[in-house]
Structure formats: structure tokens, C-alpha cells
Write a protein that binds this ligand. Structure first.
Ligand SMILES: Nc1ncnc2c1ncn2[C@@H]1O[C@H](COP(=O)(O)OP(=O)(O)O)[C@@H](O)[C@H]1O
Ligand SMILES: [Mg+2]
Length: 359
């Protein structure tokens, strides 16, 4: 039996001077994630649904590192929000029975913020840095020797008295998560031995997630209703969880008993989630691109300004799914809308297309 891991750290602006460890395998709150998702987060690799190729590769890595009794190689997870990066990052130390300390890029404003985490690491333990693309340059450069040689270089004094002190660390595993692997500098990216890209989930996989999570929440749901929630989840388990929560509230408030297909449809209608899972913000993005920018090409910044939404939010949360649906294209000159998007939103009458303009 593997020893129960210790998972610590989490949400605050600044890391504590010494990272507290919460015994008993309790997972700490993930910044940006709520308690509800935390309850439903798979704890072991066998509980993870979908991402079969990633799971198989991780299983091989775990087997090898158990056999050799060595720490896991540094690992990077990338993919849009809500696809399971934090889940995988917290499942791995549990599988190995090692400690896990959690922090995030924005919480580490200077190398000294990372020191308490590093000096507390035990052999083979895991340090998880969420949103690693938001690490300041100085911290990023500080991390290179840490990752490569498990060594910290600390500069002491100034001018002629300046000297560097090296501190040896215990070999450990750095797990990074990012929604933007493109924003990581090449030297940092290359220091991750393994990179795993998470893809959107199929409707079948999401149906299974909804069904399992409904059981965890002791909510009765018919399979057609679970399927309906899955279809409208934009390929994203976190969205499935949120829609399931809403549907459960709706049923408890408006009816009683189990979640039927009719009730699920009514609940999702109330949320203004359409048949493909597009929400108000997705539709607003497409309508803005169509009506304000005549279908594009339009720059991300300009679209963001028109919508009064930070361009980062659009790039992380809205565009990946629209790209996957083929509703927009990213061209060197900006974003353009597709015929499929116009058809879905029934927008064709709004503006007269110049011949050959877009399609
Ligand atoms: N492969 C999966 N199988 C089952 N549930 C999942 C899976 N991936 C994510 N989830 C669910 O979605 C929620 C959000 O996932 P999370 O790992 O926090 O996403 P990310 O860190 O990529 O934004 C989790 O709490 C969990 O309930
Ligand atoms: Mg996360």
C-alpha cells in the first residue's frame, strides 16, 4: 500500500513562509476552482475518464519510476481550462504516495517566494506550479538550475562583495500546468522531460463523467439527461460539473426526484446554453466578430475591447472551443468567422457579404 500523500499549498496571493502540509491526502483548493469541483475531482488514475493516451503514458512513467525507485521526470500539462490539468497533477503524487506542494505562477513574484517550497521538498516529492506561463522572467531563470541539477544559486551581497552560494536540493519532480504552452520560454519548456497535451472530451466520456458525478452527489439522473448535459458541455469536464450542479438545483427547486431529459433541457435552456453548448459569451464573441468586424479578419485585442472582455479570457476560455467547432479561424491577419458559425447562429441576414470576402 502506498503511503497517503501530503498535499499542501494553494490559493493565496503569496506563498506562506513555510508551506503547510495537510496530512491525510486532502487536496488543497486550486486557485480558480471551487469546492464543488474539488469534491468531484478523481483521486486515482483509474478514476480518470478519457484522455486514454495520456493516462497510458503516465502509467508507463509511474511503473518505471516505481521500479527504479527514482523521482518522476519533470512534467508539463497543457490545454484549455477545465480539462484536467490540476486533476492529473494531484493524482500523480497520490499514485506514488509522495508529498505534493502546490503553488502558482502569479503567486511567485520573486525567486525568494519559491525558496520555502524548494527547501522543504523531500526526495521524490512533487512541486506543482499552476499557470506556469505566468512566472516572472527572474523566477523562470532561477528555476533552470533547480530543474536541471537540483541546485539553487543564491546571490549574496552587491558590488565587489557579491558572491553566489549554491544550495543542493533533494531530487524532486516539478509538475507545471498551463493553458498557454506557447508563452513558455523555450529553455523552460525544454527542461520538462515530459509534456502532455490535454484534448477536449468526447460526448461519451462526458456522459460517463456526469453519470458518475451525479452518483457521487446522490442525484438520480436518467441516461438521456446525462447525455444532454454532456452534449452541451463544450468538451470540458469542469463545464459538465457546473451544468450538472445547475440542473440539480433546477430540479430540486422546480420539481422533485430524478433528473429527466425534459427537466435537463429546461434547466439548460434557462442558462441560455444552446444545443452545441455555446453560452452567452461565445455567442457574443461570434456576433461581435460578425457585426462589428464584418466577419474579420479582426485582431484579438480589438475584439476584446469591443466586447469589454480581457483578450486573455477570450483566448483561453472562448476561442479554443470555437476553433474546434470550426466556427472561427486564426489567420496571421486576425480572427475570421466561418460559414458554419453563421448558419448555427442564423446570422446570414445581418450583413451583405462582399463577393468572395470570406468563404
Ligand atoms: N479526466 C477526468 N475524468 C473525470 N473528471 C475530470 C477529468 N478531468 C477533469 N475532471 C473534472 O473537472 C474538474 C476540473 O478539472 P481540473 O483538473 O481542475 O481542470 P484544469 O486544471 O485543467 O483547469 C475536476 O474537478 C474534475 O471533477
Ligand atoms: Mg487547474
Amino acid at each position: 500500500m502506498a503511503r497517503e500523500p501530503i498535499i499542501s499549498g494553494g490559493g493565496g496571493e503569496k506563498p506562506p513562509p513555510i508551506p503547510p502540509s495537510i496530512p491525510g491526502g486532502m487536496s488543497a483548493p486550486d486557485p480558480g476552482d471551487d469546492r464543488f469541483n474539488e469534491e468531484l475531482r478523481p483521486k486515482k488514475l483509474v478514476d480518470v475518464i478519457g484522455q486514454r493516451k495520456v493516462v497510458e503514458r503516465l502509467q508507463i512513467m509511474l511503473n518505471a519510476c516505481r521500479k527504479r525507485k527514482e523521482p518522476l521526470g519533470h512534467l508539463l500539462f497543457d490545454g484549455p481550462p477545465g480539462l484536467g490539468k490540476t486533476t492529473f497533477a494531484t493524482v500523480l503524487p497520490r499514485e506514488l504516495g509522495v508529498e505534493c506542494h502546490i503553488t502558482s505562477g502569479p503567486a511567485l513574484s520573486a525567486p525568494k517566494d519559491l525558496l520555502p517550497y524548494l527547501t522543504n521538498l523531500t526526495y521524490g516529492s512533487v512541486l506543482f506550479i499552476d499557470e506556469i506561463h505566468r512566472l516572472p522572467k527572474t523566477v523562470e531563470e532561477f528555476i533552470y538550475p533547480v530543474m536541471e541539477d537540483f541546485r539553487v544559486d543564491i546571490a549574496l551581497g552587491e558590488g565587489v562583495n557579491a558572491r553566489t552560494v549554491n544550495l543542493k536540493l533533494k531530487p524532486f519532480t516539478l509538475i507545471g500546468a498551463t493553458t498557454r504552452s506557447g508563452m513558455l520560454s523555450a529553455p523552460l519548456r525544454d527542461r520538462f522531460v515530459n509534456r502532455q497535451h490535454l484534448e477536449f472530451y468526447s460526448t461519451e466520456e462526458l456522459t460517463e463523467i456526469v453519470t458518475r458525478n451525479a452518483a457521487k452527489l446522490r442525484t438520480q439522473i436518467v441516461s438521456a439527461a446525462a447525455h444532454e448535459i454532456a452534449i452541451r458541455s463544450r468538451g470540458t469536464p469542469r463545464k459538465s460539473n457546473n451544468l450538472l450542479r445547475w440542473t440539480r438545483d433546477f430540479v430540486d427547486s422546480e420539481a422533485d426526484g430524478q433528473v429527466t431529459l425534459t427537466l435537463a433541457q429546461a434547466a439548460l435552456e434557462k442558462l441560455e446554453i444552446d444545443s452545441l453548448g455555446l453560452d452567452h459569451q461565445d455567442r457574443r464573441y461570434l456576433k461581435t466578430l460578425w457585426t462589428v468586424f464584418a466577419g474579420g479578419p479582426a485582431g484579438l485585442q480589438a475584439i476584446g475591447h469591443s466586447m469589454n472582455v480581457p483578450p486573455d479570457t477570450l483566448e483561453d476560455e472562448v476561442e479554443p472551443f470555437l476553433l474546434r467547432l470550426g466556427f472561427i479561424q486564426r489567420t496571421p491577419r486576425g480572427r475570421t468567422i466561418s460559414a458554419a458559425a453563421l448558419e448555427h447562429l442564423k446570422l446570414s441576414g445581418d450583413i451583405n457579404l462582399p463577393p468572395g470576402h470570406l468563404f
